[in-house]
Design a binder for this molecule. Sequence first.
Ligand SMILES: *[C@@H]1O[C@H](CO)[C@@H](O)[C@H](O)[C@H]1NC(C)=O
Ligand SMILES: *[C@@H]1O[C@H](CO)[C@@H](O)[C@H](O)[C@H]1NC(C)=O
Ligand SMILES: *[C@@H]1O[C@H](CO)[C@@H](O)[C@H](O)[C@H]1NC(C)=O
Ligand SMILES: *[C@@H]1O[C@H](CO)[C@@H](O)[C@H](O)[C@H]1NC(C)=O
Length: 419
Amino acid sequence: MTKSQLFRLSVALGSVFMILLIIVYWDNVGTAHLYLHTSLSRPFSPPMLPIVAHGEERTTLSDIDEFLDKFLNLSLAQNGQAITQTEQPPVQVSSRPISGSMEESVRGYDWSSHDIKGKPDQEKVQAERKHTLRQFCANSSFFFPRKERSFDDIPNRELDHLIVDDRHGVIYCYVPKVACTNWKRVMIVLSESLTDRGIPYKDPLTIPREHVHNSSSHLTFNKFWRRYGKFSRHLMKIKLKKYTTFLFVRDPFVRLISAFRSKFELENDEFYRRFAMPILKSYSHLTNVPTSVGEAFSVGMKPSFGEFIQYLLDPLTEKEKPFNEHWKQVYRLCHPCQIEYDFIGKLETLDEDAVQLLRLLGMDKQFQFPPSYRNRTANSWEEDWFARIPLAWRQQLYKLYEADFVLFGYSKPENLLKD
Ligand SMILES: *[C@@H]1O[C@H](CO)[C@@H](O)[C@H](O)[C@H]1NC(C)=O
Ligand SMILES: *[C@@H]1O[C@H](CO)[C@@H](O)[C@H](O)[C@H]1NC(C)=O
Ligand SMILES: *[C@@H]1O[C@H](CO)[C@@H](O)[C@H](O)[C@H]1NC(C)=O
Ligand SMILES: *[C@@H]1O[C@H](CO)[C@@H](O)[C@H](O)[C@H]1NC(C)=O
């Protein structure tokens, strides 16, 4: 072999080697690229840009579901760990009443001890409540307005009662007049959404009432929508499926009495101007209705319970504006046929239900549910309150709130609906 032949051979071999190197290297680059592409671009660009893998396959919605499922599962698991790791000593509920709120000071809290333990039949109670609800949602001969629509058909503004805590995976649908102040307080403590001089509140009862009801203290689904736009519906559905969802309900007629007592029997400037004045003008036939609540109360001018009911029954009321949340039906606030709740609490059994719910959420070690009101509107008052309400109005009122009675297993108040 001559020198030049040897040289040519080595050049040829070198080229082959280089080519092989390039092929191997290229393959690695290719896979690495593909790998990065599939594992990184998914989380950050889900539904807009369908990822093309192997030529034709496009990511479908179910992939995104799956991914988000896993993602949420992971973050929930981490949060769960975080809770058990920190193991804070239970917060002792302070035993001083909160000043400043007329509603709370008039009613007062019941500071007696609340060491009721969850009973073993609590799970059976929950199963029955959920069974009743599902049964009537599925029963096509039982009808109420907008029963048949799907979750996607619910306008975002009607999701404003669903408070979300992503840290622990909890969703609470609040119903005013059903211990909602205290459950909102619990949600604030959970999500650490409010701080007192930089430190998140740990004791639900130390949160001032005006902060509790300020909507900027809570992340609700309709805010979620404003933040995330059209993808939010998808996330909402996954959260509803993954998170622990709960609500608290109450006998619908007793809830109305409670709403009337707190909004019309106590001096409330906002409710006087927005509701009491129009009610007095329309149904009491008074000509000179005072324009301030102070003036009205000093002359003893308040709408009666009967006038309030007339206002509820008047078709013009809803024509102008949907019911205020204090008397809006629970089925319109919380969409119980569209959202499957994991826990249905009742005010009538608040103490037991609160113990069980906090245990379900894994929070029973962290704090106790705030004590209940001493002067709460009692179910036994119903007959007295309705004594002077004409039978026809009571029957119409029952029709108006029938879905809440039936879905949540409150028996029809026959004694009020018959002569
Ligand atoms: C979510 O986590 C649970 C247990 O924590 C597990 O059983 C389940 O398979 C997980 N789901 C997904 C989609 O990873
Ligand atoms: C209970 O509330 C009513 C107002 O609805 C009030 O007149 C009464 O004084 C309260 N009773 C107690 C014991 O606080
Ligand atoms: C369905 O609803 C109707 C009307 O309320 C009721 O009469 C009937 O018993 C219900 N059926 C079932 C299976 O619950
Ligand atoms: C609600 O809270 C926000 C921010 O903390 C505050 O700016 C706003 O004035 C509060 N609204 C009311 C009605 O207190």
